[in-house]
Design a protein around this ligand. Sequence first.
Ligand code: ATP
Ligand code: MG
Length: 601
Amino acid sequence: MSAAPPQSQAQGPSSNFLRQIIAEDQRTHKYGGRVVTRFPPEPNGYLHIGHAKSICLNFGLAAENQGTCHLRFDDTNPVKEDIEYEESIKDAVRWLGYDWGAHLYYASDYFDRLYEFARHLIKADLAYVDSSTPEEMRHLRGTLTEPGRSSSYRERSVEQNLDLFKRMKEGEFPDGAHVLRLKIDLKSPNINMRDPAIYRIRHTAHHRTGGKWCVYPLYDYTHCISDALERITHSLCTLEFQDHRPLYDWIIERLADAGLLQRPLPQQYEFARLNLTYTVMSKRKLLELVQGGHVDGWDDPRMPTLAGLRRRGYTPEAIRAFAERIGVSKADQWIDPGSLEDCLRNDLNERAQRRIAVLDPLKLVIDNYPEDATEACFAPNHPQQAELGTRTLALSRELWIERDDFQERPPKGYFRLAPGAEVRLRYAYIVRCTSVDKDAAGNVIAVHCTYDPETRSGTPGAEARKVRGNIHWLSARQTQVAEVRLYDRLFKVPYPGGSKQSAGTANVTTTALIAGTVDEETELEDSAERNFLDDINPHGKRVIEALVEPALSSVEAESRFQFERHGYFVADLRDSRPGRPVFNRAVTLRDSWGKEMSTHS
Ligand code: ATP
Ligand code: MG
């Protein structure tokens, strides 16, 4: 297969507000010509197509500007993280075609500095240890319409705070006994600015720092400082962080004023998350699908994870083209999966070689064809790319055709085989249907026909006689059995659970975060009308035994083909074996959601 250039379907980068901002910063030399972005996943799940948007954006913008993009694991939460996730994230980013080079970082590498910076903030009377109970903190925090009030602990002296913070670190107190909070403004209309917690006590080992710490910094505090320490220029994140931006700036400005961080400081910009209909992208829900056995793992080809899309047959090129096609904006983004599938079709239409598979075989007997003869027919590997050559299909008396390419009582407009009707066997002859064999139950078990020797494809004049039907076939003498997995959408409704909010990616609420007592990112109250699991498409996966060209018996894993008239298929990355190929349907030839796969032309 000749590799097409990666941008084969991109129409060249179109402008977007981030490209414009960076171009302007380059023009004014704001960062001395540097463009440094980062992709900061939390290693608590596999990456999905939404993350791909962020990866393409961050790595793409850096590359366009001869800059660098860092991969940074946001591993501040000791309980949720996992090495398996970390490896899967690196694999996914590399697979998409991006390279972080030497720039692999971990937020946990900054724990010492974050701790020192927190001590600095205490000394500057910008942070204090609060020992209120979670209920008291919630109560004093106020609401969107009501200002917050201070706890008595807000007036602790610098010495007391330094002492308590040190003892928190040394393990003297149980989880939840104290938190370290910034001293900003309890009356701020922005709840994020009402003295957010920046450290909490957690007696839990961390997968990278082991038992060294029992106080862990919270996301908002860690993230902006990590950006600044890495000299990030443009810190791109999703819209739910818009209201955190004043806090982001507040923290790094204070630390830069103290000479602890270098200017120019990074600037945060927000863009809309990608959501796809007919799937879910919240990590919690994806985990539930995996743990509940509703799918066959994180890389199940129905999953919106990059590992799943890869097994489904997606190419990195198709995903990058999709990211470019959907663009970046600040508006809520719900995309139909048809748009993603289209990008894959465009890519594979150019690159995938053609093969024949008979998914639901029915015997066809050419009664006037010699019993022992076989004859080589030549099929192009690609209809538009002659340089890819041809392959040989052996015609013989007995063939396999698709069951639905024959109809005993054809409906109007049916141009394939039917009693008395003529079709062309692709790359071979025109045949006329003469009779059928049936079993005791009256099912058609074989179709008989005669062929016209004057009509062989490719011989002069043979194509002159036109018939409307053109069906594919395999010789009954030379076939390879293959397992074929026909995948469809994971959910049968656009918004699993019943609403956009229940179907969308995790939104972050900050109220729990201020108390610092709950997990820092808690999803908003789920507005689901019903359990999203009830919306799983029961027909999302169908496994069949099919027949394929003999040469496919030793196909390499991940080779992609167009099975003529059926769609694009990939040899399964995990399960395909020599002599026992397994193919996953990546995408049909046309958008056929809701129709059965059996509508051939
Ligand atoms: P969590 O709730 O676990 O934080 P998350 O989806 O935010 O989930 P992260 O690992 O924090 O996952 O995400 C890494 C980066 O990918 C972040 O910068 C985030 O904004 C971005 N990202 C996540 N989901 C999407 C999405 N659907 N569309 C675009 N970007 C996304
Ligand atoms: Mg996140």
